[in-house]
Design a protein around this ligand. Structure first.
Ligand code: B12
Length: 326
């Protein structure tokens, strides 16, 4: 990791955001011109069900790709009669395969009678097991040691308690409170906190890249960081107590998201300007979906530095930042 690389990545992130804003505008314009009409049949396995799609009066239906590789709107002529379009029998499978490629969601997977197909069911069991492992797993010690984080605990004793008592995950254990007071730099501009939260896997896979690029990004922006800490079994609002003790301007917590059945290794960054005990949720911000299939970790780190810069500039986060920005 070097300065030029981070500069390059930050520039790419900004350019990418600008391009995607343009594309969103195009799409909004297209939608405005498109009257809504009810019709269409879609295959589920070997059967048809009714669903609603938008169509122009001449029967041309526009679909928008959500897949990263192809964002151009495509026009598909379904040769519709006024009420019922027909998808050629020979084209159905290709059409459905194309739909499946557009999202990681389990769509058009078919069924065997009233039950899911074996492959679908096994994939579901696999993804569910990965989600459970992510919640109950541990972040490898060597990563935390390599990054030099001060290692602390919340008031939670075990994973079962973590799940049942979110309130305990929002407070440091007595020992950890003492350590923070004794070992951490007071009143830094930015306090970085990491926590396994609901997915240890998210940290195992993404923490190093996000943290190193965030650190580099803050260095480039001349924003001072305090002593980075890792809190085992923490919740987002733990930042309030840490803010209360250390009095930083900004706290950012890199935490494992509740795993879903699409990804069990997604990380979130929750950020807040001067969080203190009693801070309301509307003052926080989140950049979620940080993983290889979402926001790539290195890009996320670089981007987070610029978000923190903005928060410091406006001395506000969350809804207050939106209001101040105008
Ligand atoms: C669980 C969840 C919730 C739960 C949280 C309940 C709880 N106590 O755990 C509920 C249903 C209350 C919720 C509400 C909202 N959520 Co929500 N939520 C999630 C989810 C599925 C997982 C979050 C997680 O794992 N956090 C980590 C754990 C360890 O944190 P925690 O301390 O246990 O819980 C805190 C956070 O979850 C946080 N939180 C949850 N959602 C949001 C949203 C925002 C904007 C903020 C600042 C904080 C926040 O509040 C909890 C209490 O402090 C994510 C999806 C994802 N992939 O991350 C969406 C997600 C974070 N939520 C989202 C949104 C939009 C909201 C709402 C604004 C919806 C609404 N219009 O009201 C509200 C805002 C709540 C708030 N705290 O300010 C979006 C944020 C998009 C963005 N980038 O801004 C996400 C990414 C879903 C999505 N893909 O659209 N949420």
């Amino acid at each position: 990791m070097n300065e030029q690389l981070i500069e390059k990545i930050t520039k790419m992130v900004v350019e990418k955001l600008q391009t995607s804003n343009l594309k969103t505008d195009d799409r909004d314009n297209d939608n405005k011109q498109m009257p809504v009409m009810l019709f269409q049949e879609t295959l589920v396995g070997n059967h048809f069900t009714e669903e609603i799609v938008r169509a122009t009066p001449d029967g041309n239906v526009k679909f928008f790709d959500t897949a990263l590789e192809d964002k151009k709107p495509k026009s598909v002529n379904l040769q519709a009669s006024k009420s019922k379009p027909v998808i050629e029998e020979s084209n159905k499978e290709a059409y459905l395969a194309d739909l499946r490629k557009k999202t990681p969601a389990r769509i058009v997977v078919g069924r065997a009678g009233t039950r899911p197909k074996t492959a679908t069911w096994l994939q579901f069991r696999f993804d569910h097991a990965a989600a459970v492992d992510a919640v109950y797993g541990e972040v490898p010690q060597e990563i935390l040691e390599r990054l030099g984080f001060l290692q602390l605990h919340s008031k939670v004793l075990d994973k079962e308690e973590y799940i049942r008592r979110p309130d305990l995950g929002r407070r440091l254990s007595d020992d950890s409170k003492k350590m923070v007071t004794e070992k951490c730099q007071r009143a830094p501009r930015v306090q970085i906190v990491a926590s396994n939260g609901l997915s240890a896997k998210a940290l195992e896979v993404n923490l190093e890249d996000v943290y190193l690029s965030l650190e580099q990004s803050l260095n480039n922006l001349n924003i001072e960081m305090g002593t980075t800490i890792y809190v085992d079994k923490g919740r987002v609002a733990l930042m309030d107590e840490i803010g209360e003790i250390l009095q930083p301007d900004v706290v950012i917590i890199l935490i494992g998201e509740r795993p879903g059945l699409v990804s069990a290794e997604s990380l979130s960054a929750y950020i807040c300007y001067k969080p203190r005990i009693g801070t309301i949720e509307a003052e926080r911000m989140v950049v979620s979906n940080i993983h290889k299939g979402g926001i790539p970790p290195v890009e996320a780190g670089a981007y987070l530095g610029t978000v923190i810069q903005k928060i410091l500039k406006y001395e506000a986060s969350g809804v207050s930042l939106v209001k101040k920005e105008g």
